[in-house]
Write a protein of this length. Sequence first.
Length: 464
Amino acid sequence: MTQLVWFRSDLRIHDHAALSRACQRGEPVVALACICPNQSQVDGESPARQSLWRRGLTALRSNLERCHIPLKIIVADEYASLPDKILSLCEALDVTHIHFHHRYEWHERRLAHAVKKLAQTHELLTIGYHDQVIHPPGSLTTLRDDYYSVFTPFKRAWYRELTPDAWQTWPAPAPQSKTDITADPIPDPWFPTAARYDELWPAGEDTAQQRLAEFVEDHLDDYGSERDFPALDGTSQLSPYLNVGLLSVRQCLEAISLHQGGHLPDTKTGAGSWVNELIWREFYRHVLVGFPQVSQGEPFKQRYGTLPWRNDPDEFQRWCDGRTGYPLIDAAMTQLNQTGWMHNRLRMVTAMFLCKHLLIDWRLGERYFMSRLVDGDQAANNGGWQWCASTGTDAAPYFRIFNPITQSQRFDPKGEFIRRWLPQLQALDNKQIHEPWKHAVVDYPDPIVDHKAARLRALEFYKG
């Protein structure tokens, strides 16, 4: 009578509802993780994210061993073969219940449904838990019983339906009796590896908790005033750990609440601004479920489905490589390519530049970000790109077009961030560095497009 806990993007033993509930049902409890390299390739998942997930899985295996819970590994060529492989493991281990946390991407939902359907035919019970959100998709709806497509009313509903125990966390399980079931080794990397990711993004629950504690103690109160300036260490950089589940949203809210004396802060404070970002993360998960076309390459606003994007391959490559001639854009893309992470303000600036200055399809940019980001998250990435392209929910109006020069002058006024990633511009002063084409600079390209001309072209493009 074995309880199986299927780990997905939830690589921790603390605050893990599925693991805790499985252990409450009795012993033995066995853990499972599935690896599907082909699906990772289809999803365009970055080596940085795969590295963090694999190292997180290794840390999880050690933590589970201390609880005498063996971790089994299934490797499959494609998702379609996973249900049968999971069922075979269940039969071999005399499993009666499969516990797992829900994921909201279209293919992940289909996989969970297939596992549940096959399990039912063999009289196995599957129990899913909502882990990535405070309010499950479908629990917050409009007066017409529709999913929200605008963030502000969603946020009001999020707060309105919040209960005192909303961020109550689950304890780690106590060690169970030792079992004869052996744990499987973690497979060798199935992706291109880079040692820098180990240093930049160390894995493990302890690391995630330490980074959360340091952010709350040192930066939370100033988050609202510092979050838009990429030269400052003003953001949490916890998104990679939330993405692979080394950290939970409940743990984040619990830390904020403790910092605020037992309650969530006012939305106008620095701490409240960070809560707002966590709610945005949840909003986009609701959108994935309520409007599944957005995770299948379709714009939320269907009228923008046939826009005649230019898609110039040379210009797209220059954007990818950080050679647009606009320093803030190029510094941001260099940061992404070298570290697997990009400051949130710059994600908006670079994305809008691709869509509206170059008129290149947002889906190409969305996929490129996923191929590089250590925190590549389909819901947030898609939501952000469609916002910038004016095709999504709650999107910026098509005539809102960030000026990369004024964005640079406003959010990196001294050029500190630019100099960090574009050393060839070191000699320019704080004014010159935002428009280097006006000065003699070796090994730096002229602007790929004139801002004013590109803006007028984009306005005509969207008007149709």
